[in-house]
Design a binder for this molecule. Structure first.
Ligand code: MN
Length: 185
């Protein structure tokens, strides 16, 4: 099963992350800010009943000129969309997780999301609270690394080179809290 690597890395007696839960609607996305050993964002898209997940070190941009490295990581359960809190020390991914954005998406390609993922060419229109419009995920394999994709804002009405939401819109769309407020809970 696709969630086996996710489960193998975690002790669900210790962490509050969901151990299961696939009862969310199909076309959802989530972006988590994750203050772990290295600070990063996790971009997650529901495909084939799991959240396909990429680590985006710099977070998403609204500028089509800025290509963001997106490193494919293990699938997460759909219920992870709503996860926010502190992963205990010693656990995989230990640190603070904030729901930076979430919502639904629409497939912009005329192939299935399954096929788009396998092609290494995903194009979706996001309908989140911070991010809207087209985003492409391309399997660029930078440096020959199979895990390396690129996350790129598509050039549409929602594109905006002057907006820097990762910096200017730090609060959780779920709780309204900052990452420091969550860390201190
Ligand atoms: Mn992460």
């Amino acid at each position: 099963m696709s969630l086996s690597p996710y489960k193998a890395k975690r002790d669900f007696g210790t962490t509050n992350e969901p151990s299961h839960g696939n009862d969310a609607p199909a076309a959802i996305f989530a972006i988590h800010e994750h203050a772990a050993t290295s600070h990063h964002f996790d971009f997650r898209l529901a495909i084939d009943g799991v959240l396909k997940s990429w680590v985006v070190p710099k977070g998403p941009s609204t500028n089509p000129e800025e290509k963001r490295l997106a490193i494919l990581t293990e699938d997460h359960p759909l219920a992870y969309k709503d996860f926010e809190g502190n992963i205990p020390k010693g656990e995989y991914g230990a640190g603070t997780v904030l729901v930076w954005d979430y919502g639904t998406y629409r497939n912009l390609r005329d192939v299935s999301m399954h096929q788009a993922f396998n092609d290494g060419q995903i194009e979706v229109a996001l309908k989140g609270e911070k991010l809207t419009g087209g985003y492409a995920l391309l399997h660029a394999k930078l440096g020959g690394d199979e895990q390396n994709w690129l996350l790129i804002k598509m050039d549409d009405a929602a594109a905006d080179a002057r907006r820097h939401p990762v910096r200017t819109e730090p609060r959780s769309v779920r709780s309204g809290k900052t990452i420091h407020e969550i860390a201190n809970e």
